[in-house]
Structures are given as structure tokens and as C-alpha cells.
Design a binder for this molecule. Structure first.
Ligand code: ATP
Length: 369
């Protein structure tokens, strides 16, 4: 059989990045071998805070060009608190990648896996299944490092454009529609601060215009402060939450806490034809090098990569592989085979990767849809 070969740029980065990426590669290699129908060719690229410390450059143009030309980017984490730019900011090539590759949509599923405890005691927490869709090319991050800073005053800009907002909202409605097809609520809520900021009132006006083009999906608007409250009080009621860059950054950490912690929150950073897949967490220097990081978020991000590659390249085997990895992750937690250190257990990074890879092998070619 003639199998498509997909070129994957691997940027493991700093801190726990290389540890969780190694775990994801273990699972990807297992599913590729087990299912067939596609091949993954990995190219390891160096970038991040360690690279900056050693060479003075966080991400070379050569590395950027190689990543940009790949079919997809598998990304660990970058940045270390002690490695800073002269203006005090952390090294963050992931933000450059988002801007330069136009990865405007940060898709961040927040779903409580069977067998994983939530921070919420309410039994309805078992039904937490929402997506935070974060705008990633403008918002308050547009100002990063560019606002004037003097001895007495500093400024950052919050930028919202019609073009970026429209394309983001269209992704939000499409996502809600796809989820509705799988039994989802068919709802999009905009999260903003339209009562205070002109930029956010504009964001809301564009959202309401765009919502009219998607009458099959319910649309609502909410303030970010009340949304933080309701994400703790009744997260099971939400479906797709679409929001500005910094608000999405903050709310997705809150969301991760609802479903077991940072080690359970995957991300797909999507542009028109580019995709970067990384866990929602950072480099977690407090636990790096100890072998205790939970790689589940990274492994679920790799599954999102397979699904996206399958959809965009028309390779059904890739989509099947994504479903198989997700089913394997569910199985190991539902059956209590592993308990990550993050949840007070003793399963380290490698043990979790091995358990998930073993479940991929077991579930094999069985129907996993
Ligand atoms: P960034 O701003 O770069 O996203 P952050 O400042 O939000 O990073 P993280 O690196 O995400 O910080 O870490 C936040 C906390 O979550 C830390 O206590 C860290 O140890 C924990 N954490 C993050 N990822 C994991 C993981 N995969 N497994 C276990 N704990 C994790």
C-alpha cells in the first residue's frame, strides 16, 4: 500500500517539554506501527530558553523556516523563569510561531476523563466537556514588548481587528456545529469585557454580526469575570467559549484545574493551513528533570494533531489513529491503571506513556469510533 508520509517538526523545548514530547513520540510510534496507512517522519528542532542561553538566539531563522514547511509542529514547552530578555520578559518562541504562522485559533478542550477526579466535588463535574477557543495573534498579547516603557510608566496595547475576529468566530461556530453532530450543546459563548473596554465592545459587535450567519448554533455573550465564577460554579453548562488572547490564557488554566490539572489540558494552535500542537501547560521548571510530569496533555495534543492531519490531508487512517489514542488514554484512566503524581499517585512520565502505548496496542484495529 502506498502510505502518505507526514513531515512532523518536533520542538521539545525547555523544562518538562522534552520529557512529555518523548512520551508522546512513544505513543505516536506505537499507533503508527499498529494501524498503518500513514507514516510520520520526525525532525527535531532546537529552540527555546536553553537555546537562547547557549547561542543568544531563541529560534533561528533556519529553525523557523524548517518548522514552517512541516506538515505539523509537535511542540513541548518553552521558556524558563531565569532566562530573560533584556526587558525582563521570558523567552517565548511559541508566541513568535503563533504570530508568524498565523495560528489564530487556540483550541483548548477541557474534558474530565473517566476515572480522573475534578477539583469540584459536585457529581455533575463528570459532565465537564467544553472548549476554550482563544484568539492568538492579537488581543493584549499584541502589545508584548512593543509598548512604551519608561522609568515611571509602561503601556501595552490591546488590538482587535475585524478580520481576525471574524475568522476566529467562524471557527467557534464550526467547532460547535461539529460537536453538536456528536451530541454537543450547539452553543457558542463570547467571553469579553465589553462593559469597560471599547476594543471588547467592538469584539462583541463583530461576534453578534457573525452569529447571524450561523443560525443553527445558539450564541451568547458573557463578561469574563462572571465567566470565571461560572466556570467554577457550573462548568458542565458550557460548550464553546470564544475569547480574547489573555483572557483565554487565564481561563484555560482555570479549566485545566477542573479536569485534573495542567497535565490534562491539550491544545491545537491552528491557522488557515498550519497547525502546532502542544499541551496548555508551560515548561514547569519546578518538576523538570524528575520524571514526574504528566504527559497526558501532550499525548492528547498529539491525538489532536493526528485528527487535524487526517482532516486537512484527507487521510482517514490518521483520524482513526487519533480516536485510538484518545480511547487508549480513556482506558488507562477509567481502569485506574495509572495515577499521575499530579493527582497524588506514583505514576511517572514514562510509566504513563508505556501504559497508554500498551492500551493502543490492545485496542489495536478494533473499532474505536
Ligand atoms: P506558561 O506561562 O509558560 O504557560 P505557567 O507559568 O502557566 O507556564 P506551568 O509551567 O504551566 O506554568 O506550570 C504551572 C503549574 O502546573 C506548576 O506547578 C507545574 O508544576 C504544574 N504542571 C504543569 N504541567 C504539568 C504536567 N504536565 N504535569 C504535572 N504538573 C504540571
Amino acid at each position: 500500500m502506498n502510505e502518505a508520509t507526514l513531515d512532523i517538526a518536533v520542538m521539545a523545548g525547555d523544562g518538562i517539554g522534552p520529557e512529555v514530547v518523548e512520551a508522546a513520540l512513544r505513543v505516536l510510534e506505537t499507533v503508527e506501527r499498529r494501524l498503518g496507512g500513514f507514516r510520520l517522519s520526525f525532525t527535531h528542532l532546537e529552540a527555546g530558553a536553553e537555546a537562547y542561553r547557549r547561542t543568544g538566539v531563541a529560534m533561528s531563522e533556519e529553525v523557523f523556516a524548517r518548522a514552517a514547511s512541516a506538515d505539523a509542529i509537535l511542540f513541548g514547552a518553552m521558556g524558563l523563569p531565569e532566562v530573560r530578555l533584556p526587558d525582563g520578559r521570558e523567552i517565548a518562541p511559541q508566541l513568535d510561531l503563533r504570530e508568524r504562522l498565523g495560528l489564530f485559533a487556540g483550541v483548548r478542550p477541557i474534558r474530565l476523563l473517566p476515572g480522573v477526579p475534578s477539583a469540584l466535588a459536585d457529581p455533575r463535574a463528570r459532565g465537564i466537556d467544553l472548549v476554550i477557543l482563544r484568539e492568538q495573534t492579537e488581543g493584549l498579547f499584541a502589545g508584548r514588548g512593543r509598548g512604551p516603557v519608561s522609568a515611571d510608566r509602561a503601556e501595552d496595547r490591546l488590538v482587535v481587528t475585524r478580520a481576525a475576529s471574524e475568522r476566529l468566530f467562524d471557527v467557534a461556530f464550526a467547532l460547535a456545529r461539529e460537536r453538536k453532530g456528536r451530541g454537543g450543546k450547539g452553543r457558542v459563548d463570547l467571553v469579553d469585557k465589553a462593559n469597560v473596554l471599547g476594543s471588547m465592545a467592538f469584539f462583541r459587535a463583530v461576534f453578534l454580526e457573525r452569529a447571524k450567519l450561523h443560525p443553527d448554533i445558539e450564541a451568547g455573550c458573557r463578561y469574563v469575570d462572571a465567566s470565571a465564577l461560572d466556570l467554577v460554579r457550573r462548568p458542565w453548562d458550557f460548550d464553546v467559549l470564544v475569547t480574547e488572547n489573555l483572557m483565554g490564557d487565564i481561563l484555560s488554566d482555570l479549566g485545566a484545574a477542573l479536569v485534573g490539572g495542567m497535565g490534562f489540558a491539550p491544545t491545537a494552535d491552528l491557522g488557515r493551513d498550519k497547525g502546532l500542537f502542544q499541551p496548555a501547560h508551560g515548561s514547569a521548571p519546578d518538576i523538570a528533570g524528575k520524571g514526574v510530569a504528566n504527559p497526558t496533555a501532550m499525548i492528547l495534543s498529539a491525538a489532536m494533531m493526528l485528527d487535524w492531519l487526517g482532516k486537512t490531508r484527507g487521510i482517514e487512517a490518521c483520524r482513526e489513529a487519533a480516536r485510538l489514542v484518545e480511547a487508549a488514554v480513556e482506558r488507562v484512566f477509567a481502569e485506574g491503571r495509572i495515577r499521575p503524581v499530579e493527582l497524588g499517585g506514583t505514576s511517572g512520565t514514562r510509566a504513563i506513556a508505556e501504559a497508554i502505548a500498551a492500551a493502543v496496542d490492545e485496542l489495536g484495529g478494533a473499532a474505536v469510533s
